[in-house]
Design a binder for this molecule. Structure first.
Ligand code: SF4
Length: 303
């Protein structure tokens, strides 16, 4: 690789020396993405960690992403660079919340977005990602579905799968929830020729104005394939920055400059270097909890 700074070079040396695999989420800073073996979404990070020959895995993302990798690779050492990089949406649902909803709706299946803790996955029937949510919901053989934690993704799925009754939980991603209909209308007014691609974690009044709705990876794919020369991106800003670098012949805009996940920005190059040097911070999980969470993830893959 060319044009690497000293910290990036040191990270790559250590990675080689320790035979580590570095996986980065699309929302961490670009300079961290640039030293990763793969840049992908949270579920792809977990599956790549499982399939890789390396036993030392560094997940450049927030805690639940490290947990998902550990769930699928219980015998590997899984590290996250920033111990305080949590996900507010994942923290918005607890095991007690799920058990209470199950008691209130005993005939419902529990469908759990992967943006959740291992403990919550362990008491859920099936997981979903933003790209698999519609398929997973349609595959469930019950008429009622408790969907946790994201109310916006749940509303999006409920609209597309009207044959099921959804019981919603009031969780949300603060980064996507912060974006309003006025923000999207202002972006469209500023760039009237642009196509609009948004993430289903956005509010429904934002999604309503989109030409394309999809997961982070699907938005990237849409931007690459569309003939539109200008695209407004309705998800975390790092995606717009990444796409602009990759597609210099197109004009890529973020809906708003406030589209930032502060937790993902805690995964700095310095944090990653320290993580590799000290082999911290290691993810550990209760074995029974991890096994139950793995079943919920496996059901998603099989459906
Ligand atoms: S963007 Fe939202 S869902 Fe993703 S880690 Fe940040 S707070 Fe959590």
């Amino acid at each position: 690789m060319e044009n690497l700074n000293d910290i990036q070079k040191r990270i790559l040396e250590l990675k080689k020396q320790k035979n580590a695999l570095i996986l980065a989420h699309y929302y961490v800073p670009l300079e961290v993405q640039d030293v990763a073996d793969y840049v992908c979404d949270s579920y792809a990070m977990a599956t790549k960690a499982m399939q890789a020959p390396q036993d030392l895995i560094v997940i450049c993302g927030v805690r639940f992403m490290g947990e998902s990798a550990k769930i699928l690779s219980p015998h590997k050492k899984v590290l996250i660079p920033a111990i305080d990089a949590g996900c507010p949406m994942a923290d918005m649902v607890s095991v007690e919340d799920v058990l209470r909803l199950k008691a209130l709706h005993p005939d419902a299946a529990v469908m759990c977005y992967v943006n959740s803790s291992a403990a919550v996955k362990a008491v859920s029937d099936i997981c979903c990602t933003s790209s698999s949510a519609l398929r997973v919901a349609r595959s469930i053989d019950k008429d009622e579905i408790i969907f946790v934690p994201d109310i916006h993704l749940a509303e999006y799925v409920a609209e597309k799968v009207p044959e099921k009754k959804f019981i919603l939980h009031n969780g949300f991603c603060p980064t996507h929830h912060r974006v309003t209909e006025n923000d999207i209308l202002a972006a469209k007014k500023a760039h009237p020729e642009a196509a609009v691609a948004v993430h289903p974690e956005c509010r429904k009044e934002v999604i309503r104005h989109a030409d394309f709705v999809g997961s982070t990876a699907e938005i990237i794919d849409f931007a690459r394939k569309t003939d539109a020369p200008e695209i407004i991106i309705g998800t975390e800003m790092e995606i717009a920055a990444r796409l602009q670098r990759e597609l210099p012949h197109k004009k890529i805009y973020s809906v708003t400059s406030a589209f930032v996940c502060p937790n993902m920005k805690k995964v700095t190059l310095e944090a990653l270097l320290s993580c590799l040097e000290n082999e911290e911070f290691e993810i550990t999980l209760d074995e029974a909890e991890a096994a139950a969470a793995r079943e919920a993830l496996d059901r998603m893959v099989r459906c």
